[in-house]
Design a binder for this molecule. Structure first.
Ligand code: NAP
Length: 332
């Protein structure tokens, strides 16, 4: 491979460029293109690319691998413009947060000699732009891959090489529709929940006073509402049906919590126990501890006393963090 072109030099494109440059692939030239002039200069200054091109035509010249890291709804236009400019046999991948529409556009717009392998790194942050880019942004993260049915096997290998060897991520092959259904619940619904919290509280007549009391909990849950508005809009508009289903499920759940709170029975405590267990299980599985160390999470049905539960939490948290034991809490 002689040349890799990144289209879109923001957070994700810039981070991919930095990772490529950090890999010191001496024989590979990394070229960058963006519609924003300042992003070109900044990408060069940060060392994310060897060369920048303001013209898409120039940027794509001779590119063996093209990475599209533009907002989801801009991908269609870029694919359309790029289609006649791509080198015969080039491999194209994207980083868009939704996949079904992107795969449809690629099938519709790219010539048959181009292999398209859809991609979505499940890593990132709220701050857009190259300033926030990091070479290590994707390290250890899952990276969803959706090869188009016509993609050559070697093209898939090239994208897997980028994902594994350059970005340090773990490839996860998935059907594009399945991908969108899955990420709607764990990635896109959280954006809506965070945004709904901010709109519901800031529209309250008491917000001026309330805002003075808002602390870490509010900051944590509102974090996703601070994401780039264009990106959030594009994600929602390109995954409407799945997201609408998750919003409905969430409204039902909110109604259930409302009922449990008003009825003052044991149901609310049981519900919080259940979600506590589910989250603990997810955290341990995420750290790979459940399988590796044979850890088991007690269920609410185990009738664990609150004292034992407290010890269990401390022990598991310590194991999870693999840090030194914490000093004992001072006695009250
Ligand atoms: P970003 O920081 O806003 O960067 C996108 C860059 O692409 C901007 O410089 C933008 O310029 C430029 N651009 C827009 N339209 C273009 C076009 N037609 N041709 C060339 N450049 C164009 O966004 P990002 O966070 O890197 O996201 C890029 C993609 O990765 C999105 O599809 C997003 O869904 C996906 N993604 C993001 C995250 C995340 O955490 N941010 C995580 C996983 C996947 P302007 O600013 O002038 O529009």
């Amino acid at each position: 491979m002689d040349r890799i072109t990144i289209v879109g030099l923001g957070l994700i494109g810039g981070s991919i460029g930095l990772a490529l440059k950090a890999a010191k692939l001496h024989s590979v030239e990394v070229v960058g293109h963006d519609v924003t002039r300042s992003a070109l200069g900044d990408a060069k200054k940060r060392g994310a690319v060897d060369r920048t091109e303001g013209s898409l035509r120039e940027a794509l010249k001779g590119a063996d691998l093209v990475v599209l890291a533009v907002p989801v709804l801009a991908i269609r236009e870029v694919l359309q413009d790029a289609a006649p400019l791509l080198k015969e046999g080039a491999v194209v991948t994207d980083t868009g947060s939704t996949k079904a529409l992107v795969m449809e556009w690629a099938r519709e717009l790219l010539p048959p000699h181009i292999s398209f392998v859809g991609g979505h790194p499940l890593a990132g942050k709220e701050t857009p732009g190259i300033e926030a880019a990091e070479a290590t942004l994707f390290r250890g993260a899952v990276y969803a891959l959706c090869p188009s049915p016509s993609a050559e096997a070697d093209a898939v290998k090239v994208v897997v090489w980028l994902v594994e060897n350059i970005l340090g991520s773990r490839p996860f092959f998935v059907d594009p529709h399945e991908h969108d259904g899955l990420v709607a619940g764990i990635s896109h619904l959280p954006i809506i929940l965070s945004s709904a919290l901010v709109s519901c509280t800031t529209q309250s007549p008491s917000w001026r006073e309330m805002s003075k009391l808002a602390a870490n909990g509010y900051r944590d849950i509102s974090r996703l509402a601070a994401g780039d508005p264009t990106m959030n809009r594009d994600i929602c508009l390109s995954n409407r049906e799945s997201l609408a289903r998750w919003i409905d499920a969430c409204i039902n759940e909110m109604q259930a919590y409302r009922r449990l709170i008003l009825e003052e029975g044991p149901g609310l405590g049981e519900r919080f126990n259940k979600v506590w267990e589910e989250r603990a299980r997810w955290m341990l599985e995420r750290e790979g501890k459940v399988k590796e160390q044979g850890l088991d999470i007690p269920s609410a049905g185990d009738r664990i006393t609150s004292l034992f539960f407290g010890e269990w939490v401390t022990k598991r948290t310590r194991q999870m963090m693999e840090g030194p034991p914490r000093p004992a809490e001072p006695k009250k």
